[in-house]
Design a binder for this molecule. Structure first.
Ligand code: MF3
Ligand code: CO
Length: 256
């Protein structure tokens, strides 16, 4: 059963979204050579506490951190660690916030200092791919329309679209139905309905789409060791443009 949220639930999820977006905006200013992902993770956790929110993924299926911090060839679910970021790296910060029971989930890929033109393009295109998917997240469309839009946008670049991880419904738990692949066929899959809250979170590789799992059982990285970037928003499906709860340009952003 795919949940459709009440107005009250959506209100709580929007409030969580503002906090997630505000934290991302601050992270953008904190990421630079020398900073460790453990320091970024600590900042996120401290800020959540200060605002009466909880790190929803800490403890989720045994995951130990407030954030996922995936560097370079790591696709997702990287562990924050005590290793200074260096010029030319990219790091994807991904976290889910629980504020009074409302959840919001957003990932963003940050460039550390100056990165190569090749990586810059990948990163820009991945962000654009997210918005191609969001355009299709309209009541009456189907899940496959989202993946198809992302796939047809990405394919001309020759990049790999990660297949082993997908967007998802969200609330009351982190991962709910439906599963939302970032590739697929238009007109196929479950129909999107007003009041559904979902994430779209394309992970795009410079090279091949294949991933492999680290020994830690969590972190996925590209098989061919090429760089991977990711952008994720949480959004509410409506009859018109979706409401992007984690939009970093929305009203009410918190200065951290
Ligand atoms: N945004 C991540 C995702 O949807 C959050 C994962 S929670 C974790 O995959 F606990 F699995 F890390
Ligand atoms: Co997610």
């Amino acid at each position: 059963m795919i949940q459709r949220k009440s107005d009250r639930e959506i209100e709580l999820m929007k409030e969580a979204g503002v906090l997630v977006a505000s934290i991302h905006r601050k992270l953008a200013t904190m990421v630079r050579p020398g900073v460790t992902t453990l320091e970024l993770d600590a900042f996120v956790e401290k800020t959540l506490k200060k605002h009466g929110a909880k790190p929803a993924q800490k403890g989720y299926l045994g995951y130990a951190y407030a954030t996922c911090a995936s560097i370079n060839d790591e696709i997702c679910h990287g562990f924050p660690r005590n290793q200074p970021l260096k010029e030319g790296d990219v790091v994807t910060m991904d976290f889910v916030v629980d504020l009074n029971g409302g959840l919001a989930d957003s990932a963003w890929t940050y460039e550390v200092g100056e990165v190569s033109d090749e990586i810059k393009q990948l990163n820009r295109v991945t962000e654009e791919a997210l918005y191609k998917g969001i355009e299709q997240a309209v009541a009456g469309n189907r899940v496959g329309d989202i993946g198809a839009a992302i796939q047809s946008f990405i394919e001309p670049y020759g990049y790999g679209i990660v297949r082993d991880f997908a967007g998802h419904g969200i609330g009351p738990t982190i991962h709910e139905e439906p599963n939302i692949p970032h590739f697929g066929k238009g007109g196929k899959g479950q129909r999107l309905k007003e009041g559904m809250v979902i994430t779209i979170e394309p992970m795009i590789n410079i090279g091949d789409w294949q991933s492999k799992m680290d020994d830690n059982g969590w972190t996925a990285r590209t098989r061919d060791k090429t760089i991977s970037t990711q952008y994720e928003h949480t959004l509410v499906v409506t009859k018109g443009n979706p409401i992007i709860t984690t939009d970093q340009n929305q009203e009410g952003m918190i200065d951290l």
